[in-house]
Design a protein around this ligand. Structure first.
Ligand code: TXA
Ligand code: MG
Length: 341
């Protein structure tokens, strides 16, 4: 079913109140609004409205087994989404430290959050985004917003409003266009139902940083993984091909690159500072020098390469180091190993 998609341009730092109110009205009437967070654009619905949340799954073509992240404006609002006691003491302090920001915490859920949001899991992923447009929208609605990335399931995540339009025109009621996002890669998802916390999806904040800042506090209240009563949640969204371009995309290890044989017009995406003379063999070449720049620009560059009408894309991954982990994870999901002769 197709419906007209409207777009409103908003100031990303200081969004116009009438635009935000308009978007909140769409959400209140059960509609879908795409909006910028600091990571990627989200496809939002009122998290307490099961029918609206069902529309997210339909619009994305997302399997109902993949749970959504619930966005809140502050830790106190998260408490209402979490089971009694699941948000006390150390976890609340962790949220005070990391929110608002690109960090999602999975905890046991309360009955405020319908089962459709969490794909029937007893847990919920909670995040307080720092982007002013997202925060203003949550506050104007006065309720939590369920929002996955605003792309068709298994497609590339959107970091600009035109990426959303390309994928979801006719499937979303309103897009708030707040320009490019400022982090560029999805939040880190930490499972806090086990100790030590588990990374379900690597992202801008590493486990080491989480551990270094405040974790010694955390152990009380979280069951140990060795505790037979604890049931670590699997990571339902972590499919091998998940964030993939439409263009066939191949992962080629740097050691194998010299043996890569080309037929057709390809694009190449490389990482780090070194310039390689081989790049000129490709119709398009892009290089992202540092982990921060790579996170910020990865999806934009992949969208551009994907729209360039190339026969294939080659990804030469960055080194297997903690600072590149989140970017490597997204590249791995976007590609398939090249068969080398
Ligand atoms: O940065 C982000 O996280 C963006 C913005 C819009 O906030 N959202 C996002 O949502 O990337 P999505 O749906 O594309 O990815 C959510 C990930 C999935 O891998 C999902 O399986 C996992 O979080 N997740 C959500 N709730 C979960 C839960 N209760 N247990 C385990 N994993 C969960
Ligand atoms: Mg996604």
């Amino acid at each position: 079913m197709s419906r007209p998609t409207r777009q409103i341009v908003v100031d990303p730092e200081n969004p116009d109140a009438s635009a935000i109110d308009e978007a909140a009205r769409v959400l209140l009437s059960g509609g879908l609004v795409a909006f910028p967070t600091e990571t990627v654009y989200g496809l939002g619905a009122d998290a307490t409205d099961p029918a609206a949340v069902t529309r997210i799954f339909e619009a994305k073509g997302r399997p109902p087994t993949n749970p959504l992240i619930v966005h809140v404006d502050r830790p106190e609002s998260a408490r209402a989404c979490a089971a009694n006691g699941a948000f006390d003491g150390p976890i609340a302090r962790l949220c005070d430290r990391w929110w608002p920001g690109p960090v999602t915490f999975v905890v046991r859920k309360s009955s405020l959050i319908p089962d459709v949001v969490t794909a029937g899991e007893p847990t919920v992923g909670l995040r307080s985004p720092s982007a002013p447009v997202a925060l203003a929208l949550i506050r104007a609605l006065g309720r939590p917003i369920a929002a996955p990335s605003a792309n068709r399931s298994t497609g590339l995540s959107p970091t600009r409003a035109n990426h959303v339009l390309k994928d979801l025109e006719g499937r979303v009621d309103l897009i708030l266009d707040g320009g490019p996002t400022t982090v560029g890669i999805e939040s880190t998802v930490f499972d806090l139902t086990v100790f030590p916390p588990r990374v379900l999806r690597p992202g801008p904040v590493t486990l080491d940083r989480l551990l270094a800042e405040g974790l010694h506090d955390l152990q009380c209240g979280i069951p140990s993984t060795s505790d037979p009563a604890s049931h670590p949640t699997p990571s339902p969204g972590q499919l091998r091909i998940h964030y993939a371009p439409r263009t066939p995309t191949f992962w080629v290890d740097p050691a194998d690159f010299s043996r890569f044989v080309m037929a057709g017009r390809g694009g190449i995406l490389r990482f780090g500072e070194l310039v390689d003379s081989d790049d000129h063999r490709f119709g398009r070449s892009e290089r992202l020098a540092t982990p921060e720049v790579a996170a910020l620009r990865l999806y934009e560059v992949l969208h551009d390469l994907d729209d360039a009408g190339l026969d294939f894309l080659v990804v030469v991954p960055p080194p297997d180091r903690p600072d590149w982990e989140a970017v490597r994870d997204r590249l791995w999901r976007a590609s398939r190993p090249a068969l080398m002769s």
